[in-house]
Design a protein around this ligand. Sequence first.
Ligand code: MG
Length: 385
Amino acid sequence: MTIEKIETFILKDKLSQSFFFSQWEYSERCICVVKVTTSDGQHGWGEGYGPATILESGIKFLESTVIGENPLENEVIWNKMYRKTLDFARRGVLMASISALDIAIWDLKGKILNLPVSTLLGGAHRDKIQPYATGFYYMDHDNPARDFEKEAKLYLSQGFKAFKMKVGLGIERDVKYVKLLRELLGPEAKLMVDSNHAYTLREATELSRKIEKYDIGWFEEPISPEFYEQYNELKSKTTIPIAGGECEYTRFGFNQLIKNKSVDILQPDICASGGLTEAKRIGALASANGIDLIPHTWGTSIGIHVALHFISNIESIPGRMYQPNFLIEYDQTENGLRENLTFPSIVMKDGMLEVPKRPGLGIDVDEDVLRRYAVNKSEIKTSIL
Ligand code: MG
């Protein structure tokens, strides 16, 4: 049995209302997913994080490297894809193309062996993961925090106990909105902030010191991902834990963050930084250096399931009887693809998400939904519709 066919789908969802953060405005969600099929008709699904059309081109470029390979030998396939792109794309969107294919191959491998991906990774240390709600984006340039109260009430009623908000609109406004959200969520809530690398070291230091009193769980991407040493300097100037890595790629990139002691929490996006094969290696580096790892997660339910399986397999070091909950990022902004694309749907119960025990990632793609959102319909083969 070998990999026989690779199909890509660009899915778009126009938002009913655009939202913005420190870098740009979103008016639609656009995601590239990939389906890998074997010679005996079994299939797996993957997703990449990055510009969908470029991601798709990368997957097409890698197609000849993957076709004919044994899907059970995912590390061999990963290395072949990496070697093919190494000279001109060690970082960036081509690594996201590799990630999408790698994830589809893990899903496929699990379905072939009739085992969940968490078992293939070595086993689930936990069967439930605590989601934190990523939201509190900005809708209105005149009154950016207009919907915070409504949003906070909704998430609290859904059972969320941890939350991440965007900062990066300027220090004065950030402090005002962090204070507001802390009041709305109450003292027990875990609250994180994310500037998407909007600030200089001086600005990030000033903001950190001004919001320390609001009990911030972590400050994510305070400064540009290029400045490994400045991250380390910021860490020494604030009591807020520093997080980063969603713009970093492969074990080699994460090794730079580790060697420079840049962050307290590593945040690889599994759909961009090298897939599950590479995430396992990044996890080993994090473990060997005593650094927490909480993946960045954005996109469809494929990516969420990838993260669920991966986080279930993270070893607790140090071990103790009363372990804190491991966290998974659960984006709550408008995205028709997030929960509709796959089945069975994600269920949040008592504030937790269950790690699926079904084979592969534990999901399959709803082909009607795929058809509804796909923009490259001419390429969708009748066999999957
Ligand atoms: Mg982020």
